[in-house]
Design a protein around this ligand. Structure first.
Ligand code: FES
Length: 111
């Protein structure tokens, strides 16, 4: 509403842009953004288990944010570094060849 008023642009146009771009969110997101790649190359190397383990560790489903607002978890498609898949990104840190056993240690670094 505020953006619409300040820029004198209809709210519908603001909403269309905000809901189109992945980098924008209409809901508050956590301090740390965790992305698990579910692109084909990562999937064949087990990223499904990585996502399951991350959901279990954070106690949220993908797309969700922890109640303490520390983590938001997203599944994403190819991050462009398939050779090191499966890939998990926390904030700007890329973690390659992630195993389900490493998930806990990776998350703990940001806790
Ligand atoms: S498929 Fe995961 S980085 Fe390309």
């Amino acid at each position: 509403q505020e953006i619409s008023e300040r820029l004198k642009i209809p709210r519908s146009r603001i909403y269309r842009i905000a809901s189109f771009y992945e980098a924008m969110s209409l809901r508050p997101i956590g301090k740390h953004k965790v992305s698990v790649c579910m692109g084909t190359a990562c999937q064949v190397r087990g990223s499904g288990m990585i996502l399951d383990r991350t959901e279990s560790k954070l106690k949220i489903k993908q797309g969700g944010t922890t109640p303490d607002m520390r983590f938001t978890l997203k599944r994403v498609n190819c991050l462009g570094c398939c050779a090191i898949g499966p890939v998990m990104v926390v904030d700007d840190d890329y973690h390659g060849r992630v195993t389900s056993d490493r998930v806990e240690r990776i998350i703990k670094k940001y806790d």
